[in-house]
Design a protein. Structure first.
Length: 330
């Protein structure tokens, strides 16, 4: 069974009473509409399910709004966003035992330690992810009106060129986000002029990042390029039941095995062989939900030498045996 489906609640709602204070883009802080798929959840603020998993402190400054979010419970939770505003997420801290993050055309990330990382979604992009936290996340969400990317005369300043970026580093953007975080924590939205100025600075920094792709890649500290991540992940997914050599993956990415291993770990949060095993186990979870399939057949289908090897690998990553996991689904 897909982990994200396991986390899906009957409705996507926030903890506490909804606020009527206006958010940018003419939206309000309201519970998002019901959705059968978290990827389709559309709201003006980041959706967390279950809603009681996190506390939220928010502030509004006209064309800019922000939230400081603290996850309070160690259980698995999911997040989703798709709205009319740009969204910048700044993770002060956060580590997960397992989880995946999806951002439209950006390759999926299974990065375990997201502390001090940034994620940016241009307006209209869809984010969804799920966490089994090891360290409870604390993050700031900054919602920017796309009109902030216009010059004083109303001409476009390049907002259409903003790129979605997942778990990246940028010292200037991080510093500006930190100043806005402190404004939210101290005053709940006072000092409007200062916040407006920071919003403009933040937008200019995002535009600067979009216009310097080489700098953006350098900021990711040597990770794989988007096309390299996509091709290697797709190849692994298509060959889960086979033994894949490091040389084969390095050739797909057009890198030496040494440089590929380092870049892959930076992008995916783990070495290639561990990622391959983790994806096998995720596929195994889906197959175990089909009770007509024997555990021995699943082990062979996914390329494990025998049922014992499969059980050992499954228990190491999931914390229970395949049969125990299957029983938990009933």
């Amino acid at each position: 069974m897909d982990d994200l489906n396991c986390l899906q609640a009957d409705s996507w709602a926030y903890g506490g009473e909804p606020s009527a204070r206006p958010f940018p883009c003419g939206s309000t802080i309201l519970p998002p509409s019901r959705s059968d798929d978290p990827a389709n959840a559309a709201s003006s603020t980041l959706d967390i399910s279950p809603g009681e998993a996190a506390s939220r402190q928010h502030a509004v400054w006209g064309s800019l709004a922000g939230e400081v979010i603290q996850v309070m419970q160690p259980a698995m939770f999911a997040m989703a966003f798709c709205g009319p505003c740009h969204l910048l997420l700044a993770f002060e801290r956060g580590e997960r035992h397992e989880g995946d993050t999806y951002l439209d055309d950006v390759p999926r990330s299974s990065l375990r330690d997201v502390s001090q990382k940034l994620t940016f979604l241009p307006a209209g992009f869809k984010l969804r992810d799920w966490y089994a936290p090891r360290v409870l996340p604390r993050l700031t969400c900054l919602y920017l009106d796309p009109r902030l990317s216009l010059n004083a005369d109303g001409a476009s300043a390049g907002g259409d060129e903003l790129e979605a970026r997942l778990f990246f580093d940028d010292p200037e953007i991080w510093a500006t986000a930190g100043k806005l975080t402190r404004l939210i924590e101290r005053s709940g939205g006072a000092d409007r002029l200062y916040a407006d100025a920071l919003g403009l600075v933040l937008m200019r920094e995002l535009l600067r990042l979009a216009h310097k792709p080489e700098a953006g890649r350098a900021a990711r500290l040597g990770g794989l390029a988007a096309w390299q991540s996509k091709r290697t992940a797709e190849y692994i997914e298509a060959h889960l039941g086979e033994q894949i050599s490091l040389g084969t993956l390095a050739e797909i990415a057009q890198l030496s095995p040494f440089h590929f291993t380092r870049a892959f770990k930076q992008s995916f949060g783990m070495p290639p062989h561990r990622y391959h095993t983790a994806r096998r186990i995720e596929r195994a979870k889906a197959l175990l939900a089909r009770h007509s399939l024997s555990i021995t057949w699943i082990a062979m289908e996914l390329g494990f030498a025998d049922t014992s090897c499969f059980s050992t690998a499954f228990r190491r990553l999931v914390g229970r045996t395949p049969s125990g996991y299957r029983h938990s689904l009933t």
